[in-house]
Design a protein around this ligand. Structure first.
Ligand SMILES: Nc1nc2c(c(=O)[nH]1)N[C@H]1C(S)=C(S)[C@@H](COP(=O)(O)OP(=O)(O)OC[C@H]3O[C@@H](n4cnc5c(=O)[nH]c(N)nc54)[C@H](O)[C@@H]3O)O[C@H]1N2
Ligand SMILES: Nc1nc2c(c(=O)[nH]1)N[C@H]1C(S)=C(S)[C@@H](COP(=O)(O)OP(=O)(O)OC[C@H]3O[C@@H](n4cnc5c(=O)[nH]c(N)nc54)[C@H](O)[C@@H]3O)O[C@H]1N2
Ligand code: SF4
Ligand SMILES: [Mo]
Length: 822
């Protein structure tokens, strides 16, 4: 499909596909210098064929959303992109791929690419940080000034004086090349902590399999009888996969949406369950208790597929093993975990009907099956308290449990619960419910998560640092929730504060919590370099901005979140002096003195990523990609953990109990291993404004009684697409959604301007009344940068408070006050 194929269009098809497309095409035709403008009032010429020399290239949108990598064709006329069309890909069986849609943002990429906010040249700060005064400098000067400073700092303070930070802005292969320079420099990592709780609890439960992250691939949801949309809003955040929900519905599935907000997804569900924020784990516990009471415990599943029968020692929470009885070498392959059967402890694989309840003594050691520990924790709660805490009436919980047990049930989750400090209580509860009732490891039963339909594509291997094993490695990692403490105190958890940062595919000033702290930490550094295509908010506060080539201006490989590996072709020359990340890193690497490590060209690097045995086994190679552009590397059957894909947890079983669990990062926090090893529920750190069920309201609630969250919207992915005029026409400004009852209580109405604040900061923003917002909550669409707000910033409000188990950015764990400004 690539290459110089002229396409024949009539003016009518060119200009009249839809009003929306026509507007885009017309303006782009001008932009592209198209020599065939529509001639007004000349009907006879309307249908005359117009020869337009056009080159068509296979590409993909990397919208940093769940679609990540929607395939498309870009159409080039006179050296400019004039159109984007959907690429229709096929599954191995010849059917249309379910992963081939493109949303409104994908088509808006043309406007992004030609936006005046593109960074065209290397820029150096010329005034106050963030004031917008820049001087243009040459690439040579930028590279030599940046690397001279890095060398000076590393010589004086050691390799970790320089830190690298990347976000989720792109999953392209060339991005990984930055890791090569970081490893060679031994530079520190500043790790943003998006989605860690949700993802890690999934992995703790079902392992990181060959094709799955402890769950089912999205294609499998069409097989469900009951689809619980629980903690995600896929009509906004998973636009291109939402058709799978519709298909499940067409197949007869009942759709239930559990969300504190009446979202667009809730509006399309059969049953909407408003829930008190951050109490999902209790709702799951209530459904589990009812399921057990009503005889829906799947004992065989618990015995064979989960850790339920594994004997846990009361003394230390670790499994009882043959080695404890002196019958095997500790840690040897023979050292089996024991279960209880026929009045004695036997190796788990020698038992056919092990106990899953009770408490036993084995050679003087007190033990319990892991399931008994879960039951004990569940039984601490009664259904009335759960109803009070979740604000879900008891009859609704009963109804939900009955539906759950009426057929194949499937949870489509996302990152709603993840964004509160107690997020693990929610996911651990949902997964325990699946384990207890055997709703997993079957087609149509289990769970999938908004962002990661098909996370691992066999054959695509990041080779950027493959030859550096044993030669060079990056320095230590400071997670975002503790980064500012490190910067303020100069030292934290044995690390010394970095003096410079290189930030790429990341816009932390907007996307991380507690923006004021970020501004201070930028100030505390001697040099901040951001590489981006646009003057993102992080770029606006940097010392140097390096211009990056847009997706369509470089060759690359992508595979994220769907089963295709894609070769995306350079279609046009980079704007201005922009360069691909690969070229930028190569230039910086050479100037740092690593010439010998930066000798390969881009094609050699990309080809090396798809040259391996796993690639060969699925017909993936550089040559094949040149011809086919997109290669399906997955099995044909939708992947289900525990059925088609292995459970790669520590025990090879679904784990609702985590033996010897350790925190994600040990930073001196209090750690109660026994407590963290199995489901429990405690309120979030800040987002608990009322005293309920004996859990006291937080002190902040007196001053800041409203709970503030953000929500994905279809018009942007994070801060991307803020620069598309078409999208801004549809969604021109940020607003806060307020329940009419709260509006009345606060004396505000539609269109008023309010100041929302807490001790960390404030934002001034317009009000939109929305009865779908839970009273006591305020919602702002996620992704607006500082220029969007009347004053302040929504990211000034959120906090870095974290739970001991996960390093996590908890944007929703946030209380605020609201007052009318005008
Ligand atoms: N309030 C609030 N904040 C949130 C969230 C929330 O729900 N509420 N969600 C959070 C979540 S889950 C996530 S994943 C994060 C995402 O946070 P980020 O990863 O910071 O997301 P983006 O805004 O997409 O920023 C990516 C930047 O990378 C740039 N970029 C894109 N492609 C390339 C490339 O090829 N090379 C280089 N060098 N740069 C490139 C883009 O122009 C953009 O400026 O946001 C988080 N922030
Ligand atoms: N258009 C668009 N799509 C995106 C993105 C984007 O920025 N824009 N970002 C992508 C990324 S990186 C991610 S991580 C995903 C995230 O995708 P989602 O998980 O869908 O993210 P959100 O919309 O932030 O939150 C999900 C839902 O959780 C609800 N919620 C809030 N609190 C609670 C709670 O306590 N319990 C329950 N049950 N629900 C709660 C919110 O009201 C919201 O409807 O989206 C991806 N897709
Ligand atoms: S923004 Fe996301 S869903 Fe939309 S086209 Fe791009 S990758 Fe696909
Ligand atoms: Mo995310």
């Amino acid at each position: 499909m690539a290459g110089n194929e002229p396409s024949t269009l009539t003016r009518r098809t060119f200009l009249q596909t839809t009003a929306f497309a026509a507007a885009g095409a017309a303006s782009l035709a001008t932009l592209a210098g198209c020599s065939q403008p529509a001639s007004e009032g000349d009907a006879s010429k309307e249908d005359a064929p117009v020869e337009v020399a056009e080159e068509v290239y296979f590409q993909s949108c990397m919208g940093n959303c769940s679609g990540w990598g929607c395939p498309c064709y870009v159409h080039v006329r006179d050296g400019k992109i004039a159109n984007i069309t959907r690429a229709k890909l096929k599954c191995p069986d010849g059917s249309d791929s379910p992963y081939q849609e493109t949303c409104l943002k994908g088509y808006a990429n043309i406007e992004r690419m030609y936006s005046p906010t593109r960074v065209l040249y290397p820029m150096k700060r010329a005034g106050e940080r963030g004031a917008g005064d820049w001087e243009r400098i040459s690439w040579d000067d930028a590279v030599s000034e940046i690397t001279a400073k890095w060398k000076e700092l590393q010589e004086q303070y050691g390799p970790e004086a320089v830190a690298f930070m990347s976000g989720s802005g792109s999953g392209m292969a060339t991005i990984s090349y930055t890791g090569r320079l970081q490893a060679l420099m031994g530079a520190m990592t500043i790790a943003p902590c998006y989605d860690n709780t949700g993802m890690n609890v999934q992995m703790n439960h079902g392992g990181l399999g060959a094709y799955t992250i402890g769950h089912n691939e999205h294609r499998d949801m069409v097989n469900a009888n009951n689809l619980f949309i629980w903690g995600t809003n896929p009509t906004e955040s998973n636009i291109v996969d939402y058709h799978l929900v519709s298909q499940a519905k067409e197949n007869g599935a009942k759709v239930i949406c559990i969300d504190p907000i009446y979202t667009t997804s809730a509006a399309k569900a059969d049953i909407y369950v408003p829930i008190r924020p951050a109490t999902d784990g209790l709702l799951a516990a209530g459904m589990a208790l009812i399921s057990i009471r009503d005889g829906h415990e799947d004992v065989a599943h618990l015995q064979t597929m989960t850790v339920a029968p594994f004997l846990v020692k009361d003394s230390d929470g670790l499994y009882l093993r043959l080695s404890d009885l002196g019958q095997a070498e500790p840690l040897s392959e023979e050292d089996r975990v024991l279960v209880y059967e026929g009045g004695e402890a036997v190796a788990f694989d020698a038992a056919s009907n092990p106990e899953i309840r009770g408490s036993f003594e084995v050679e003087g050691v007190a033990v319990k099956p892991a399931y008994q520990i879960l039951l004990d924790r569940l039984n601490e709660w009664d259904l009335d308290t759960i109803a009070e805490m979740t604000d879900v009436p008891l009859e609704t919980i009963e109804e939900l449990a009955a539906i759950w047990n009426s057929g194949l049930s499937y949870i489509f989750t996302g990152f709603g619960p993840d964004h509160y400090a107690n997020g693990q209580c929610g996911y651990d509860g949902m997964f325990a419910l699946m384990d207890i009732t055997g709703q997993e490891a079957k087609h149509g039963a289990g769970c999938s998560c908004t962002d990661f339909s098909a996370p691992n594509t066999p054959g695509l291997v990041n080779t950027a640092t493959a030859d550096l094993v044993g030669v060079a490695a990056p320095g230590r990692t400071i997670h975002a929730p503790h980064f500012h403490q490190l910067m303020e105190d100069g030292e934290f958890a044995g690390m010394t504060a970095p003096k410079a940062a290189y930030i790429y595919i990341c816009n932390p000033i907007t996307n991380e919590p507690d923006r004021q702290k970020w501004l201070k930490s930028f100030d505390a550094m001697e040099m901040v370099v951001v590489s981006d295509m646009f003057m993102s908010e992080a770029a606006q506060y940097a010392d140097y901005v390096l211009p990056v080539a847009f997706l369509y201006e470089r060759d690359d490989l992508s595979s994220t979140s769907n089963p295709f590996v894609k070769y995306t072709q350079k279609a046009v020359e980079p704007a201005g002096e922009a360069k691909g990340d690969f070229e930028i890193i190569t230039a910086l690497g050479k100037a740092m003195g690593f010439e010998d490590y930066f000798t390969q060209d881009l094609t050699t690097f990309l080809a090396s990523c798809v040259t391996n045995d796993a690639a060969a086994a699925v017909g993936l190679s550089w040559e094949a990609l040149q011809e086919q552009h997109a290669i399906w590397t997955y099995p044909e059957e939708p992947q289900v953990v525990g059925l088609t894909d292995i459970i790669l947890s520590a025990t090879g079983r679904f784990e609702f109990y985590h033996e010897g669990i350790q925190p994600m990062a040990n930073v001196g926090q209090e750690w109660d291993m026994l407590k963290e090893s199995c489901w429990f529920w405690e309120p979030p750190i800040e987002a608990w404004p009322e005293t309920i069920g004996g859990f006291e309201a937080v002190d902040e609630a007196e001053k800041y009684p409203l709970l503030f969250i953000s929500e994905r919207c279809k018009f942007k992915t994070h801060t991307m697409f803020n620069n598309s005029p078409m999208i801004l026409e549809l969604d021109p400004e940020p607003y806060v959604k307020v329940n009419p009852k709260d509006a009345e209580a606060y004396g505000v109405t539609e269109g008023d301007v309010v100041r929302i604040e807490n001790d960390r900061g404030y934002v001034v923003i317009k009000v939109v009344l929305n009865a779908g917002v839970r009273p006591g909550m305020l919602v702002i669409d996620h992704g607006w940068e500082r220029d969007g707000y009347i004053d302040g910033h929504y990211s000034d409000l959120s906090t870095y408070e974290t739970w001991p188990r996960f390093e996590q950015d908890n944007w929703f764990d946030c209380l605020v006050q609201m007052e009318k400004v005008q």
